[in-house]
Design a protein around this ligand. Structure first.
Ligand code: NIG
Ligand code: FE
Length: 433
């Protein structure tokens, strides 16, 4: 057993759970796979007519044809048997980039975009991130939690089993801490695996309008120490792009974060190819560098010599009508590409990872196997949790979903709006029950 379950996981665990009559059991390995790079991304190991056995919330074993009788032969009273009725079983999506905690909504800006304004123009007019910060400022922690939990329940039902959630709509110490406490509460009250990221440098807070350098000092000298003191974040993010934060500011924040043992997960190269975000991220050993819609070949070369995971957000390109990240080039360069939803109120109000997988296939030319690996094992790696999540291997947490019967794995992204995911299991227990 490689992973210790949290107190919530341990609370109502059936000792053993057997899922039988699985048409396709995919995303399996025998352990030790922590990410898939380049050509390896085509390897999505699957077996047909399969079963999987869960013990104490962890994957115990799997195989084909006849399952072990009554959950493994011991016939214990608390064994449970689930019939998959020929559906597929896959590891849960690992969504490594979201801004799922926010207040209200921004469909007004959606209409502004339809009428011709760009994302950057909306931000310059005081909309965008600052609009969400104003609403978040007025919301209580309880209101924020209730709104976020509706989104959590929705994405879990759609197959997500691990998620990264960023702050970044607070933009002052009090409200950034409020957001991160909501993230901590989500982690404490669900069996979803939650990773949290401090994104104080998402935009310059209103109190610091016109004083960006002072705001960066405030992030480094006040916010970061407060976040670290409460142990509220695993990682630190910066929106490094033209019109937001510079590469030099990003490097300062990453240096400060390193002093608290926190690595970066950086927003980079979304709006401009020469903002230097990939360079800053690689130089400071960031865990991931995300967006990359306007990345260059030189950025790909830098990533090749690093252990920073490139993460594409195809839902954002779709929603904002922007170019897609050059995913094929990254895979051809041997990189471990991850894909994530970027679920947020401005640039992509959807956390539907099955749709993200479809977009990766349709718009970035990933094969279904590559896209599923990008959304599972490589997403887990981009959160630093692939020792326990992202594939179905003995000793890993039993986070999986069961689908309707499908003719092949390619059917999942092909039927791009059909609700094929029937039930999600987190640590071996059905979600939403
Ligand atoms: O990842 N690009 C920066 N931040 C978010 C959008 C946030 C917002 O518009 O509220 C993103 O797309
Ligand atoms: Fe984002």
């Amino acid at each position: 057993m490689s992973y210790k379950l949290t107190k919530i996981d341990a609370k109502h665990l059936p000792m053993r759970l057997l899922v039988k009559n699985i048409g396709i059991l995919a995303g399996i390995d025998t352990g030790g796979v922590s990410k898939r790079c380049g050509d390896e991304m085509s390897q999505l190991t699957a077996i047909n007519d399969a079963w999987i056995l869960v013990e104490d919330g962890l994957v115990a074993d799997f195989g084909t044809l006849s399952p072990p009788p009554s959950g493994g032969g011991r016939g214990e009273a608390d064994d449970q048997i689930i019939d998959a009725h020929g559906g597929a079983v896959l590891p849960c999506w690992c969504d490594s980039h979201t801004h799922l905690v926010w207040a209200g909504s921004r469909e007004g800006e959606f209409v502004d975009k339809i009428n011709g304004l760009s994302y950057a123009e909306i931000a310059r007019r005081g909309g965008g991130i600052l609009n969400s910060a104003d609403r978040l400022h007025e919301a209580t922690e309880q209101q924020l939690f209730d709104q976020a939990m509706r989104r959590v329940d929705e994405v879990v039902a759609k197959g997500t089993g691990a998620i990264e959630i960023k702050s970044g709509y607070g933009l002052n110490t009090r409200d950034e801490l409020k957001m991160l406490r909501v993230v901590a509460r989500i982690a404490d009250s669900t069996r979803l695996r939650v990773v949290s990221t401090f994104l104080g440098a998402h935009a310059v807070g209103r109190e610091f309008a016109g004083r960006q350098a002072d705001y960066v000092d405030h992030v480094i000298n006040d916010m970061l120490p407060a976040v670290a003191a409460e142990g509220l974040a695993d990682y630190v993010d910066v929106f490094c792009d033209t019109g937001f934060f510079t590469a030099t500011e990003t490097e300062r924040i990453l240096e400060a974060a390193a002093r608290y043992g926190m690595r970066g997960k950086i927003h980079a190269q979304e709006l401009s190819p020469d903002s230097g975000g990939v360079q800053a991220a690689v130089a400071h050993r960031a865990l991931s560098v995300d967006h990359l819609e306007s990345m260059t070949d030189a950025d790909i070369d830098l990533l090749r010599d690093s252990d920073t995971i490139p993460t594409a957000l195809p839902g954002t390109s779709f929603f904002l009508n922007m170019p897609f990240a050059p995913a094929r080039k990254m895979i051809e360069a041997g990189l471990p590409l991850a894909i994530a939803s970027d679920y947020n109120p401005g640039s992509t109000p959807s956390g539907d990872m099955k749709f993200v997988v479809s977009l990766a296939c349709i718009k970035m030319r990933l094969t279904p196997a590559e896209a599923i690996n990008a959304a599972t094992i490589n997403g887990a790696a981009a959160m630093g949790i692939s020792d326990a999540y992202g594939s179905l291997a003995p000793g890993k947490v039993a986070n999986f979903f069961i689908t309707e019967p499908i003719p092949s794995l390619a059917f999942l992204p092909y039927a791009y709006t059909t609700p094929l995911i029937r039930r999600t299991y987190l640590a071996g227990l059905p979600a939403g029950q």
